[in-house]
Design a protein around this ligand. Sequence first.
Ligand code: AMP
Ligand code: MG
Length: 323
Amino acid sequence: MLSLGIESTAHSFSVGIVDEKGRVLANVIDSYKAPEGWGIEPAKAAQHHREVADKVLEKALSDAKKMMKDIDIISFSQGPGLAPCLHAGFDIAKRIAKSNKKPLYGVNHCVAHIEIGRVSTKAKDPVTLYVSGGNTQILAFVDGRYRCFGESMDIGIGNALDKFGRALGIGFPAGPRIEKEAVGGKYIELPYVVKGMDLSFSGIVTDAIRKKEKGASLKDVSFSLQETLFSMLTEVTERAVAHTGKEEVLLTGGVAANKRLQEMLAIMCKERGAKFYVVPHDLAGDNGSMIAWTGVLMHKNKQKTKEELLPRQRTDEIDVSWL
Ligand code: AMP
Ligand code: MG
């Protein structure tokens, strides 16, 4: 069985093709890049997605050495995401499903991040820390659904790093550059904002920018920003592990690439006797394969979805019938 998935919630337009075991046959990603100094503009990103859609689809089929007739099911990102971007993916998904008479599945983007993480790392029932540009969530399966134990109350962790990077003119995406810069830095105190199980980043970034403007070195501020933000993420993840009694932690999203974040979580997991997994880099950011694979799970479990977009859909609204 072959499943084709289309991802288009934010800057990336991607088509992935996977088989019934979750093996990835193709995973083509084409991302909209905002002009220097700008954040993502939904209408421009959506226009990008519409322009590259056919090319990305063709490349995915050619990478997989398959034709449209070999595909059994088609899935699209249903939400959460930017409405104009979601529409771009939905339109092409509907078009190819209809013209090729294939069943169509609407997939929750956050659930898809967890599912591609589970299948690629063989984690069974983890607490998932999903850290990307726009999202920061601590999720775990309880009572039939993935529940959100904690999340950012303002911007995503990746956006927080990028906001800092933009203010200091170090280029986009800033995460990797901050990671390099932080090596050997000294700690300068920054606010630490965990409220219950939720996190807030924007005030910390503002303070870090101010410290730099007052003369602290980029190295020290980068180091302190990472230490503070990642400690907050590790603290909340640890509490979710303690509360649920789960024995695995899964790290995913674009910020999962950060070695210092990985190290902090690995230490926490070791101390608790939990297993720690990191999603492979090419499947950590937004990608079509995660949508394709979640489509397989829904299809196998006869979990139907409506043909509609839900830009504000929440992770815990989705029945996880396959677990
Ligand atoms: P995504 O939204 O999943 O595509 O992830 C993109 C985000 O990941 C951007 O905000 C990047 O700054 C961030 N990112 C990428 N690599 C790293 C890294 N090594 N350390 C921290 N953040 C990173
Ligand atoms: Mg994402």
